[in-house]
Design a protein around this ligand. Sequence first.
Ligand SMILES: [Mg+2]
Length: 397
Amino acid sequence: MKITDLKVAIIGNLPVVRVTTDEGIDGIGAAETTKPYLKSMIEFYRDMIIGKDPKEVERVMLGIRRMGAFKPWGAAVSSIEFALWDIAGKAAGIPTHRLLGGKIRDKVQVYNGNVRFKRNGNEPEDYAASMQQMKDHPYNFSIIKEAVSFHGGMNRTVDNFYFGTSVTGQRHPNRGTITPKGFKYLMKCVEAMLDVLGDDVALALDCGPGMTVPDALKLAKELEGSNIIWLEDMVTGDYTPYVLADLYKQITPYTTTQIHTGEQIYLRQNFVELVERNAVNILGPDPADVGGLAEMKFICEYADLHGILFAPHGRFDGLIGLAAHVQLAATLPDNYLAFELPQADFEWWNDIMEGHEDLEVKDSHIEVPDTPGLGVTFIPEKAKRYLRDEDADFFDN
Ligand SMILES: [Mg+2]
């Protein structure tokens, strides 16, 4: 079998990859719905994979992996890897999880980092009200994540939250020392959410990047003994193009609150310091950023040998990403906790794909389907109307 083409279309806001072969089997992959700008980046790899056997996933990946980078750029390589596993599974007539080692669980746990309800304001009672709605959601989530501190924009919504002046431009990495007033406000919001959740549901907090090491340790110490399952990306993390494991090493060993990072990191090599030095308790790479499903599997196994847990990022990964997450999570060792449930960016995604109906969430879990490949496919007749003019031939050949 040989790869004949790599096509990219932006459907909704999602960059979707379609890899075609000379045997009529195709595979699909996707990046995040927040990255429609990735199209030309993904097309960059076309000439490097055409003519190769897509069933030999690792051999194809060796040819392109080094041409990727930390988030957002690793998504281009990762989305191609998804499509290769989809082809390999379909060609063998088996679900991708069997090619990744086989499932060790029949249903996989998900957490809520994406099902949101509009908050009426920024007071602790507003955080509590929104948390109550998330707790009451029919998916019955076992873990709910909320954005606080710099990640939750508290530096913009609260006067004098920190000793600094926020740059309000998009994606500016504000950071600095939180004021006593800011810290009290942060704690009140967190306590209000913990009161709502009680012992039924664990609370995860996405906190930065942007916090200083002393503030991060202070927050972790204050929350010891509470129902906080992790503090995410306090110092580095989301879209930070480096790791700085040493900074986490000044926090993690000194608190019983679990410390989490990793969503922006590309490739296993960039986890070495975090893992070997036990700089965090939980890693949360995103398969659509880290280099793909096999890359995730390796990192999770490696983390397990060091007593580190695994809670993958995924909120913007769409339906194709959801299917990929389920295939992967089924195969991960018991340090696997839960992945962040992705949702489609538009309702109509459910009309243009099949297979997603097998990925329903019940009691915070999804049953692992046995459909060949990743388990979701386009219905081209229905999907075509959502193609942009320049992508009109996406489903041809
Ligand atoms: Mg995050």
